[in-house]
Design a protein around this ligand. Structure first.
Ligand code: AGP
Length: 607
């Protein structure tokens, strides 16, 4: 889960372009960084452990000469985040440099073979076998391109990699298997990266590298070949309609806060999606024998909420399942009548793709909901919908979650119409409220942010939190918990509120903070009972409520009011916003970096 970047420029400052590109990829991993450039037939390299800004302050990453180079920002998998394990990695003579994102599963046996052939290894990484393998091939007379080709054919596992060599200083050779890779072209330069935002400031003409492809980039342009058949592949650049500033902070202190504030716009985008794909996906769901809603993390919470939507609106029973458990729980029962609705903002999460792959092998139908056009999920799904939230840079998913919920709600409403299970009046009511959601979320952010900020200050000393909700709000409780844990590092628990009396309530003591998600509707009466249970044991009640909910206002120690009434089934979208803000301001209160939480990365591309 690293970020890789490379470029070939007309001018002699590739290193500063690479430095800027890596900064845009820092959300993918930030425990060490390195850059290598070529000038004439000399290789220049700087790398060290730590975040890019700290390493730059010590080593000045902009000072390497040359108009061609590669760089890497790391999230360690093999070998602790020390300088020696930072990328780029080189061969014995420091003539070949490689940056890599992914995992080489057979690196141990390759390393033994190369050591027996006289190669000396410096690091504990899996990646270092690649430059030594290429060195060996070139020693046997192969060109750089052929040496990389032969090398990748020996690698098991996942990789997006870029290679440069003093022997052929005019090109960058790249290859991809599973891990994401894309390159951008403009009239006088060429860029390659793990993600489009990294080079969006230079060009919006991008070419996605598909699995099993090798690409040669040079000042003359690019050449794509299929690794297995070695056939040439023709592919024109696609215009990406993301403005560069969409990948900037635009005056917000953090990407997370910017992305929370972008939710009204993103929700409006979800209401403008192409009808034909929504209709096509609805038809597949309608015909499905059984439906699995498969995802990880926040996307899984969207799936859990969707299971209530599909059941309540379209009378469709679905199985929300955490992707990393899919194989164990359903691997054997999946069949040609099974349909997987797979949700992944990045479209690259390895656990999710593994579940999809196993289901495809059993002829199941795969439908995809993602935020990244060209991602692996879009290429393996039978039908996919791109939710149009724009790049999400903050590691904590916010705008992509509410957009996922909006798309899933629209699918459930369409299925309800198709199946005629609920009255037209109810459908119209839900559709009307769906249209109003962007404004409702806008008013919630503008009207409640300050109050949430005060709550974060008040409760920032607490050592543990409970999040409780009933029905569809149990998914919101899980999401509130995840946000608080992942960016403010406060241990938190979340349960369907009815479950709390079967054990978790034993934790409650005076002042124990319990956050209740309480939309009006079928669950309102029961949630009041749960609040009373907690209050009777001294808990501090923080309630997310609807306008004028006097009953809960009188019970709660603190409350955040969502200034509207809406069908309970749509409540997760506005009700999660105060929880996103609570986590953000709690992180600030505790001196944590909301955009780059420790031990995490935006796209989890290893299993
Ligand atoms: C959420 O804030 C986290 N970043 C993480 O749980 C994330 O939702 C999960 O890794 C799934 O990512 P995806 O939607 O890109 O598949």
């Amino acid at each position: 889960m690293c970020g890789i970047f490379g470029c070939i420029l007309r001018t002699d400052d590739a290193s500063s372009a690479i430095h800027k590109g890596l900064k845009k990829l820092e959300y993918r991993g930030y425990d060490s960084v390195g850059i290598a450039t070529l000038q004439g037939n000399r290789l220049f390299m700087k790398k060290d452990r730590g975040k890019i800004d700290n390493v730059h302050a010590i080593h000045n990453l902009d000072s390497l000469p040359g108009r061609l180079g590669i760089g890497h920002t790391r999230w360690a998998t093999h070998g602790a985040p020390y300088q020696v394990n930072a990328h780029p990695h080189t061969d014995c003579k420091n003539q070949i440099a490689v940056v890599h994102n992914g995992i080489i599963e057979n690196f141990a046996e390759l390393k033994t073979e190369l050591e027996e052939a006289g190669h000396t290894f410096r690091s504990k990484t899996d990646t270092e076998v690649i430059p030594h393998l290429i060195e060996q091939k070139m020693k046997n007379g192969l060109s750089l391109v052929d040496a990389v080709h032969e090398t990748v054919k020996r690698l098991d596992g996942s990789y997006a990699l870029c290679v440069i060599s003093v022997k052929e200083p005019d090109k960058i050779v790249c290859a991809r298997k599973e891990s994401p890779l894309v390159f951008g072209v403009n009239e006088d330069s060429i860029y390659v990266a793990s993600d489009i935002p990294a080079f969006l400031a230079y060009t919006n003409k991008s070419v996605i590298v598909h699995d099993g492809e090798l690409v040669v980039l040079s000042g003359k342009g690019y050449e794509i070949r299929n690794i297995a058949s070695w056939e040439l592949v023709k592919r024109e650049p696609e215009i990406i309609d993301w403005a560069p500033e969409m990948a900037e902070k635009q005056g917000y202190p953090h990407f997370m806060l910017k992305e929370i504030h972008e939710q009204p716009l993103c929700l409006r985008n979800t209401l403008r999606l192409q009808d034909k794909y929504l209709e096509l996906m609805t038809t597949f769901l309608d015909r499905a024998g059984e439906v699995f809603l498969v995802a990880c993390g926040t996307s899984y919470h969207a799936c859990l909420a969707a299971s209530y939507l599909f059941s309540k609106l379209s009378f469709l029973a679905t199985h929300p399942i955490i992707a990393s458990e899919f194989l164990e729980q359903h691997g054997k029962s999946v069949n040609i009548d099974s349909t997987l609705l797979v949700v992944s903002q990045s479209g690259e999460t390895a656990d999710t793709l593994e579940a999809v792959e196993s289901a495809r092998l059993r002829a199941a139908t795969v439908l995809g909901l993602t935020n990244v056009v060209g991602s692996t999920l879009t290429r393996i799904a039978r039908v996919y919908i791109c939710q149009q939230s724009g790049p999400e840079i903050g590691v904590a998913a916010t705008k992509t979650f509410t957009s996922q919920l909006s798309v899933l709600s629209q699918l459930a409403v369409r299925l309800a119409k198709k199946r005629g299970k609920i009255s037209h009046v109810e459908i119209e009511d839900i559709e009307e409220h769906l249209e109003q959601l962007p404004d409702i979320v806008e008013r919630t952010i503008q009207g409640k942010e300050e109050k949430v900020k005060q709550l974060a200050k008040k409760y920032s000393g607490k050592q543990v939190f409970f999040f409780l909700g009933r029905g569809v709000s149990s998914a919101v409780a899980l999401e509130g918990k995840l946000k608080l844990m992942e960016i403010s590092y406060i241990p938190s628990l979340a349960y369907p509120a009815g479950e709390s009396k079967h054990g978790p309530i034993s934790l409650i003591e005076d002042g124990f903070p319990v956050v209740f998600i309480c939309p009006k509707g079928d669950t309102h009466r029961s949630i009041i009972g749960n609040i009373m249970e907690m209050k009777a044991r001294g808990a501090s009640i923080i309630a997310i409520i609807e306008k004028d909910d006097e009953k809960i206002k009188n019970l709660a120690d603190d409350y955040i009011e969502i200034e509207t009434e809406l069908p309970e089934i749509l409540s997760p979208i506005p009700f999660v916003v105060p929880l996103q803000l609570l986590a953000y301001y709690m992180a600030l209160e505790r001196g944590c970096d909301p955009d780059q939480p420790r031990n995490l990365a935006k796209s989890v591309t290893v299993k």
